[in-house]
Design a protein around this ligand. Structure first.
Ligand SMILES: [Zn+2]
Length: 150
């Protein structure tokens, strides 16, 4: 995962999901699928595909007929980078609480739970007692209570 991944809009996300689900797919198939799922116009979908190619998120396989598209990034990588951007928008002291809220709201399988427990146990061994606030002054609560330890 890199932080150079371009932002994917929600409309572009619909196209990416089709490509991720099909590995390699022609623009005709993308258009047929999305016009049936979302009732979008063909021209709209074509320009979304072109924009995703320009952003480097879709790769056109020129040697194939009809020409097909592949994603340059996995779905999980794209999601993780999207979520990381959101986490970067809040104080790192708040991120644990945010994760707690997110986990509370999700349906998780037993395997998911075990994976999370294992990972937290590993983190716990190396976790600092408290995290430092790295926010600019005036953008989080930490600076309003400088003597209160988070
Ligand atoms: Zn802060």
């Amino acid at each position: 995962m890199t932080n150079t991944n371009p932002h994917i809009t929600s409309a572009e996300w619909e196209v990416m999901r089709v490509v991720w689900a099909n590995h390699s797919i022609s623009s005709r198939q993308i258009i047929d699928l999305l016009t049936s799922i979302l009732a979008w116009k063909e021209g709209t979908i074509k320009s979304l595909i072109n924009r995703l190619v320009q952003k480097g998120l879709l790769i056109k396989e020129e040697n194939k007929r009809p020409s097909s598209y592949q994603a340059s990034i996995s779905e999980l990588e794209a999601l993780a980078s999207h979520v990381q951007l959101l986490f970067n928008q809040t104080c790192q002291r708040q991120r644990g609480q945010l994760l707690h809220t997110i986990i509370e709201q999700q349906e998780l399988s037993q395997a998911d739970c075990r994976l999370l427990i294992d990972q937290l146990n590993q983190k716990l061994d190396h976790a600092p007692e408290r995290l430092a606030c790295q926010c600019p002054v005036g953008q989080c609560h930490c600076h309003q209570h400088p003597n209160k330890e988070g």
